[in-house]
Design a protein around this ligand. Structure first.
Ligand code: GDP
Length: 198
């Protein structure tokens, strides 16, 4: 898919105020600092569509970007900077769970995972929450340039093992990306295009 237009539409923290259009939506979410803004900018080929920030937790809103006039890329707040461990509902703020439970336009969530790290409890909690809520999702491993190709495969195998231990039957669809090198861009955009074409 070629990106012809990528336009910021609206930010808010209320799912009922999200754009009232029947366009398919793809949501990007992950732990703070996972590389979400960099990935969104890489995918859309824009330098600063999503604001990269040094300060975790700065962008606490649902941001809608309209792509090619026919789908929405949704940038959701980063999670996981709270120090205290809480229940899932509290960990993932209500407006985020509202988004996943009520947004009919949502087609697929992309859950971003830093490829370098061992599986983090909060990510597993979130993935399990999506499973329970029956939200279709893919895993997007980020920052692949930071480790060797061999390590990438090893880390994915370890992640798969962890998910199977969490009662998942198979490793979900996943992508390996690097925003600095443009890795995974074509694969992600082709996937979105395929899903959009049904
Ligand atoms: P966000 O908080 O999830 O939006 O993360 P950012 O996109 O702001 O990235 C957090 C930090 O990781 C920044 O210092 C980025 O430059 C760096 N970063 C993000 N993606 C990549 C990547 O693919 N490769 C490398 N080497 N660094 C990255």
């Amino acid at each position: 898919m070629k990106i012809n237009t990528a336009e910021f539409i609206v930010s808010n923290s209320d799912v009922s105020k999200c754009p009232n259009e029947p366009l398919p939506e793809y949501a990007f979410i992950g732990r703070s600092n996972v590389g979400k803004s960099s990935l969104i900018n890489m995918i859309t080929n824009r330098n600063s569509l999503a604001k990269t920030s040094g300060k975790p937790g700065k962008t606490q809103l649902i941001n809608h970007f309209k792509i090619n006039e026919n789908w929405y890329l949704v940038d959701l707040p980063g999670y996981g900077y709270a120090r205290v461990s809480k229940s899932t509902k509290e960990t993932f703020q209500k407006f985020i769970t509202d988004y996943f439970e009520r947004r009919e336009q949502l087609v697929c969530a992309f859950v971003l995972i830093d490829i370098r790290l061992e599986a983090q409890k909060i990510d597993l909690e979130f993935i399990n929450y999506l499973g329970e809520t029956e939200v279709p999702f893919c895993i997007v491993f980020t920052k692949a340039d930071k480790i060797s190709r061999g390590k990438v495969d090893q880390h994915i195998a370890a992640y798969r093992k962890k998910l199977l231990a969490n009662n998942w039957e198979e490793m979900p669809q996943h992508f390996v990306t690097s925003s600095t090198e443009g890795t995974g861009r074509d694969a992600l955009l082709s996937y979105i295009e395929e899903v959009n074409q049904g």
